[in-house]
Structure formats: structure tokens, C-alpha cells
Design a protein around this ligand. Structure first.
Ligand SMILES: C[S@@+](CC[C@H](N)C(=O)[O-])C[C@H]1O[C@@H](n2cnc3c(N)ncnc32)[C@H](O)[C@@H]1O
Length: 393
């Protein structure tokens, strides 16, 4: 693990990522893979199709916002076209009774059935008559099932008027991520984001081991725990003493109980960082303040607008404070809320960085539209969107 097929299969020009957060995952891939990304498309909500020069397979393991990675081995014009190249490649890795599966993303039901049938026919033509087809619920074999069932899983998605096909070569270790969220001493599912999202946000800051990451609204420390696991020095601030204590407990737990000097968690105000840090600069800032009252139902649009306006003052004052203490090469990653209203609208908070000497971060060949919204969130009324700023040099 996490490679389910030889990493050498990723020596391909085009690879597909099955995304956990939609556009935010595409942004993460562009930030982590850097200049080697020559083209990035999102043919469906769940897929990032990338052209990457010299993809280093070990870098993939850093991508928290992806569920699978597959080289695009073949494109076909229709679901009934023989996927011969794919079948050749699969045949080289299958035994007589191996499990195979197809995971369709954005593929209509009829096309999915046809793609499965032509894949099986093509495998039979190569003498593989006894491979076992696993039929996932829906049309996706989840990444942990790919491992548990030892399946050669094919990712299929609509691409340029036809379909693109490729074998799942890499999946992340999802179980470890989930356990981190539930087993820590102060889990706080009410305020905390998921470890997977926290790690994705930390990756977006683009820091190296030894760099300092600041979370000025650290809550229960979910972001800092992920930063610490990447060997970053952690600086946390929260206005409530109880949260400061909880962050310390969670960090201590994440290090196996060892009190460590690699983190510094303080009670303070995110709007007053310059004074607190005495003018020193940090290498990156990642934060998810989510400063809205608890909602039990979708509010009216006017109520949502009033809530967002009320919290905007704190966000903007805090952003000004962050701009003062970010290193000239650093990034500021801020999550903002998107409220879903009972009138069917979405109300979000706008952050303006220009007047603070900040510009929006644009990695790779894609122009990202900010704030970048997360797809597939479980929360019903408040969703998330992300801004990334960097100082204008
Ligand atoms: C939603 S929680 C953050 C949760 C965090 N992302 C996590 O996963 O644990 C927001 C935190 O911001 C803190 N807070 C609110 N206003 C603040 C301010 N002006 N300065 C610093 N912290 C503040 C609250 O005490 C709360 O713990």
C-alpha cells in the first residue's frame, strides 16, 4: 500500500485523479505537482484529468484530496468500442480468477453497462474467461474496497465525446485518516473539519519540513495535527482558553504522548497577530474560522446575508492581520462559509486581498475562480469554499 499496481504504470502522459473535493482537489494537485502539470481538466465533478511531465509516483501519496490515481491507458469513441490496449495491460497483471471492477464517474447507466461488457469480452478474447467481476454499489468501487477485495479496478469517465479508461494504480490510506478524526482526545466533530480536508489545506500552503505554519483560529487543532505530521513547526492561536488546551491535548496525542517543543499554542486574538508575534513572519497560514451561529435549518436568504455580513468584519480584520505576518514567499489559505438558504440561494463571504498587498494564488495552467468551492460535503446548510492568497511581490 498505497500502490495496488506497479507505480511504473504511472509513467504515462495523462493521469486521472478521482477527487474527494472536486475543484479544490484539482487545485491541490496543481499546487503539489507544481510546474510538471501541463494541462488540467475536470471532465466531471469527480475527475481531474491531468497531463503531467515526469510524474513522480511517491509525490502522489501526498495528495489527500484524491481517492484514486489511474493512468489513462485508452480513450474510446463509444462504450462499445473494443478497449484492446486496456485489456492487454490488464491481462499482464491478472491471474485466471482475479477480481476486476469498473468504477464509472459521470458515466450514464447504459454506457456503464456497455463499458463493463466490452471490457469483459476483451479480457475473454485474451484467454481470461474466469476473472470475477465485482459489481460495486452504484458504479464506484471505493478506494478501501479496491484494497480489501484485491480488485484490478478500472476508472472510466466521459472524455472528449468518448470515454477515457485506466487502471487504479494508487489509493490513499483512508482508514488511518478516519481514525485520526475520531480517536483523538478532543474530537469536536461540531466545529472541526475532517483530517482529510485539513491535510489538503496544509498541502495547499506548499511548505517544507521545518517551516512554520500558523492557524490563528485553531479550535481543536485539526489543521495543526496534520501540519505537525508533515514535520512543520506549528503555531496556534485561539481566543478561548479551553480550545488552546484541547489543541495541545490533540497535538500531544498525535505525537504518541510526547510533549514536544515543535508547537506553540497560545490564547489570543487572530486580529492582533503582529503584536503577538512581535513582528516575526511565518512561512504559511492555514485556517478555517467558520464564525457563524449554529444552524438547525436552512435560513432565509436575507438572514444568511445578515449572518455573513456580521462575520465578515472579523474575517477581514483577521486577513489584514495575517497579511502583516506572512513571509513574502508564503501563502494564506482561508476557508469561508457558503450558506445554503431555504430560498435555494447560496450566500458566501467575499475576501478582498488587493488592498492588503495580496493576490490570489494561481498554480499550474488553470485559472481558478475564487473562492474555490468544495464538492461532496456532508454538511447540509453550510458548505465550504477556499481562498488562497500570496503577497504581491
Ligand atoms: C470553527 S472553530 C475552528 C475549528 C478548527 N478548524 C478545527 O478543525 O479544530 C473556530 C475557532 O475560532 C475561535 N475564535 C473565534 N474568534 C476568534 C478570534 N477573534 N481570534 C482567535 N480565535 C477566535 C473560536 O474560539 C473557535 O475555537
Amino acid at each position: 500500500m498505497p500502490f495496488v499496481l506497479p507505480p511504473s504504470l504511472l509513467e504515462a502522459d495523462d493521469v486521472a485523479l478521482v477527487t474527494a473535493f472536486g475543484k479544490l482537489s484539482v487545485l491541490e494537485a496543481c499546487a503539489v505537482l507544481g510546474n510538471s502539470v501541463k494541462k488540467a481538466e475536470a471532465p466531471t465533478d469527480r475527475i481531474a484529468a491531468l497531463r503531467v511531465e515526469h510524474l513522480e509516483p511517491r509525490i502522489l501519496a501526498e495528495l489527500s484530496g484524491s481517492h484514486k490515481c489511474a493512468p489513462v491507458v485508452q480513450t474510446v469513441d463509444s462504450a462499445s468500442e473494443d478497449p484492446g490496449q486496456l485489456a492487454d495491460m490488464m491481462a499482464a497483471h491478472l491471474e485466471e480468477k482475479s477480481n476486476v471492477s469498473m468504477s464509472g464517474y459521470g458515466v450514464a447507466e447504459d454506457d456503464y453497462e456497455e463499458l463493463v461488457r466490452t471490457m469483459l469480452d476483451s479480457l475473454r478474447d485474451r484467454g481470461l474467461r474466469k476473472v470475477r467481476l465485482l459489481r460495486p454499489e452504484g458504479s464506484e468501487l471505493l478506494s478501501e474496497q479496491v484494497i480489501a477485495r484485491q480488485s484490478l479496478d478500472v476508472v472510466a469517465f466521459p472524455y472528449h465525446d468518448g470515454f477515457a479508461l485506466g487502471p487504479t494504480v494508487w489509493v490513499p490510506d483512508s482508514a488511518e485518516m478516519r481514525q485520526k478524526g475520531t480517536r483523538r482526545p478532543a474530537p469536536h466533530p461540531d466545529i472541526a473539519l475532517s483530517p482529510r480536508l485539513a491535510r489538503t489545506l496544509v498541502n495547499l500552503a506548499g511548505l517544507r519540513p521545518g517551516h512554520t505554519l500558523l492557524d490563528p483560529f485553531c479550535g481543536a487543532g485539526t489543521i495543526l495535527v496534520e501540519a505537525y505530521a508533515k514535520s512543520l513547526r506549528c503555531l496556534g492561536v485561539d481566543s478561548r482558553a479551553s480550545r488552546v488546551q484541547e489543541t495541545r491535548e490533540n497535538l500531544k496525542w498525535s505525537t504518541g504522548g510526547v510533549e514536544d517543543r515543535g508547537y506553540d499554542i497560545r490564547k489570543g486574538d487572530a486580529r492582533d497577530l503582529h503584536r503577538m508575534l512581535r513582528g516575526t513572519k511565518v512561512d504559511g497560514i492555514v485556517t478555517e474560522p467558520l464564525l457563524l451561529p449554529r444552524l438547525d435549518a436552512r435560513p432565509k436568504t436575507a438572514t444568511a446575508q445578515a449572518m455573513i455580513e456580521e462575520s465578515a468584519r472579523v474575517y477581514n480584520d483577521a486577513l489584514a492581520s495575517m497579511a502583516e505576518c506572512i513571509h513574502p514567499d508564503g501563502r494564506i489559505v482561508v476557508v469561508v462559509p457558503v450558506v445554503q438558504t431555504m430560498d435555494g440561494d447560496e450566500v458566501t463571504l467575499t475576501l478582498e486581498g488587493r488592498r492588503l498587498g495580496l493576490r490570489l494564488y494561481q498554480p499550474g495552467p488553470v485559472g481558478f475562480e475564487y473562492p474555490v468551492r468544495l464538492s461532496f460535503e456532508s454538511t447540509r446548510w453550510i458548505r465550504r469554499a477556499v481562498y488562497i492568497f500570496e503577497p504581491r511581490s
